[in-house]
Design a protein around this ligand. Structure first.
Ligand code: OOG
Ligand code: NI
Length: 452
């Protein structure tokens, strides 16, 4: 038997492919979405050779086809803590804290994702993971009922728990063990046609919030969407109806720009699925959808503050608009956000990674240590760092478009990162710190190579 341990990156790669295959068979429209996005990406690259070259140079071409994120929602601290151990097997750790209660969704969330450059380049698969906040349910009887239902389920197979424990003991898994792990872990995310409750209970929880019914009434946290990465999300959105998809009204996030920033997202709306309730009653449940994302530069705290300010300034102007009008109004407000790499860098709005050029490598040391000076002399290039995380306002928009009228009013609960981390059993990593460290390390390496 081969006892060599395989890398967490390889396990994540296998898992994300298995998850995609499972979701395509569960939600055939997702397969159509993948084809649509692949087609748009091919056309975009063919029309824009400079973009193709840039993606190649940034090691982004190879990951484009595998790139996706997904999302799940869990009900208890134990479930969340176990998921943390499960994702650790695949080199994914919790990054970022997102409070969705302000947007009327009774959850808080993190993203399990790989963090180092090589892992991201290999397969950046991430899972947006939300924990239901039962304490936000006002009706005490309903709250207790929900807690009791959740306490009675186990979302992990025995084999999955064994695999996780083995990984922790051995510090990794062999290829055969990894295969077993992937198969067992996948079970947690599978769709179940059978609800664990009767129709009346489902309806009561649904009336409180559709999301609560989705989390509480099923045997597990079915994957609710997967998301390929598009190079032209506007074009993908335009083409969705022609392939039978009902897109959400507007693309979330920043407007279209020459220099894309952060993350833009859209989705096709959740499908109504036949569900069997206890007592053999038939009903329907809508939870599962498909999403598209387009990623751009990671912003510094200063850039992010500008983004947040412009986004909220645009809120009144874009309310109720069609996507086209929404995007136009947004673009007008965002003329205040510099749209070229040089200004983004010089004004400290976005993160960059520095590298020596050939000229830089053969430069006679020591030269000046001002990065902008080195760049203008052609000794160093700055390449933008891609945003790998999520946006709470956009996430709320994605949630709400798939919850019908279920979202909306803010909960009084507010953010509670401490409670989330206590449930998780670990702190979440601050995403900005990760980008800042990448930038800092690249700067230090360049300066050291130049003799500073
Ligand atoms: C998660 C919604 C958020 C995103 O991409 O921002 C999300 C959910 O519906 O569970 O996936
Ligand atoms: Ni998503």
């Amino acid at each position: 038997m081969n006892t060599t341990l395989v890398s967490p990156d390889a396990i994540r790669d296998r898992f994300s492919r298995a998850m995609s295959a499972m979701y395509q068979s569960e939600v055939p429209q997702y397969g159509t979405l993948l084809e649509l996005v692949a087609q748009v990406n091919r056309e975009t690259l063919a029309q824009d050779p400079a973009l193709a070259e840039r993606l190649d140079a940034h090691d982004e071409s190879s990951r484009l086809g595998v790139e996706r994120h997904g999302a799940i929602r869990v009900g208890t601290a134990e479930e969340l803590a176990m998921l943390r151990r499960l994702f650790a097997v695949m080199g994914m750790s919790p990054v970022g804290y997102y409070d969705l209660s302000a947007a009327g969704v009774p959850v808080h969330s993190t993203a399990f994702r790989p963090v180092d450059d090589a892992a991201l380049a290999r397969n950046p698969f991430r899972l947006f993971t939300s924990l239901l906040r039962l304490e936000l349910i006002e009706n005490p009887a309903l709250r207790e009922r929900a807690a009791a239902i959740l306490a009675g389920r186990d979302i992990f197979t025995d084999g999955c728990r064994e695999s996780i424990a083995r990984h922790e003991e051995q510090g990794g898994l062999t290829s055969d063990q990894a295969e077993r792990f992937v198969a067992e872990a996948l079970e947690t995310f599978r769709w179940h046609r059978d609800a664990t409750v009767d129709l009346a209970t489902y309806e009561a929880l649904h009336a409180e919030h559709r999301l609560i019914a989705d989390v509480v009434c099923f045997p597990g946290p079915h994957i609710n969407h997967l998301t390929p990465r598009a190079l032209d999300i506007d074009e993908a959105q335009r083409r969705m109806p022609a392939v039978g998809m009902n897109p959400k009204e507007v693309i979330e996030g920043p407007p279209r720009r020459r220099c894309p920033i952060l993350l833009r997202q859209t989705s096709f709306k959740a499908l109504e699925e036949t569900t069997r309730f206890a007592g053999e009653r038939q009903g329907t449940h809508t939870a599962r959808f498909g999403e598209i994302e387009q990623r751009g530069l990671a912003l510094t705290a200063k850039g992010r503050a500008l983004y947040d300010r412009l986004l909220s300034a645009s809120r009144e102007r874009t309310r109720g608009l069609t996507n086209q009008a929404h995007q136009r109004a947004l673009a007008e407000v965002f003329t205040d956000f510099p749209d070229d790499e040089t200004r983004l860098r010089r004004q400290g709005l976005a993160f960059f990674e520095y590298r020596l050029t050939d000229a830089g490598r053969s430069a006679a040391a020591p030269v000046e240590d001002d990065m902008e000076g080195l760049i203008s002399r052609g000794l160093v290039v700055a390449r933008p760092i891609t945003y790998e995380d999520f946006l709470p306002v956009s996430a709320a928009g994605i949630f709400q478009s798939n919850l019908g009228d279920g979202g909306g009013e803010a909960y009084a609960g507010n953010a509670n990162r401490e409670a989330f981390e206590a449930a998780l059993g670990a702190p979440v990593t601050d995403e900005l710190a990760l980008y800042a460290e990448r930038e800092r390390a690249s700067r230090a390496a360049v300066l050291q190579a130049l003799g500073h």
